[in-house]
Design a protein around this ligand. Structure first.
Ligand code: HEC
Length: 113
C-alpha cells in the first residue's frame, strides 16, 4: 500500500513539474530562445555550485534586467533579457529546480558510466 501511495505521490510531483516547465517550453523549445542547456552552462561557469546557480536564476527571473543577465553580449542585444516574461514565485522556483536537475552534469556522467 505504501508503495502505491509513494508512486502516486511521485507521479503527481513529476506531473506538476512538467506542467510548470511547459510554460517555459513554449519559448525555450524553439530557436532563437536559448535552450536550458545553453543557459545552464552560462550560469554554471559563473556560479559553480547548484545553490548559487539556483539563486542567480531565480534572482534574474523575479526581476529580469540587462545587468542580471548571464547570457552573451550578442544574445543580450538580440533577445532583450530585460523584457523576459515574469512568472509567480512558485512557478519560477519549480521551473528553475527542474532545469538545474535536468542539466545536472554529474547525473549525466553517472548515466554514461
Ligand atoms: C515568451 C517567451 C519566453 C518564456 C515563456 C520564457 N522564456 Fe526564458 N527566455 C526567453 C528569451 C528570449 C531568453 C533570452 C534572453 C536573454 O536572457 O538574453 C530567455 C532567457 C532565460 C534565462 C536566462 C536569463 C539570462 O539572460 O541570464 C532563464 C534562466 C530563463 N529564460 C528561464 C525561463 C523559465 C524558468 C521560464 C518559465 C517559468 C521561462 N524562461 C519562460 C524567452 C522566454
Amino acid at each position: 500500500m505504501e508503495k502505491i501511495i509513494l508512486l502516486i505521490f511521485m507521479a503527481v510531483l513529476l506531473f506538476s513539474d512538467e506542467s510548470v516547465i511547459s510554460k517555459c517550453n513554449e519559448c525555450h523549445s524553439y530557436s532563437p530562445t536559448p535552450s536550458y542547456k545553453k543557459i545552464h552552462k552560462h550560469y554554471l561557469l559563473k556560479y559553480s555550485s547548484k545553490i548559487r546557480v539556483k539563486q542567480a536564476m531565480i534572482g534574474f527571473l523575479k526581476a529580469p534586467s540587462l545587468e542580471k543577465s548571464e547570457m552573451s553580449n550578442g544574445m543580450k542585444k538580440r533577445l532583450k533579457p530585460e523584457n523576459h516574461t515574469i512568472f509567480d514565485d512558485k512557478t519560477i522556483e519549480k521551473a528553475v529546480i527542474y532545469i538545474i536537475e535536468k542539466e545536472d552534469i554529474q547525473k549525466r556522467f553517472k548515466k554514461i558510466s
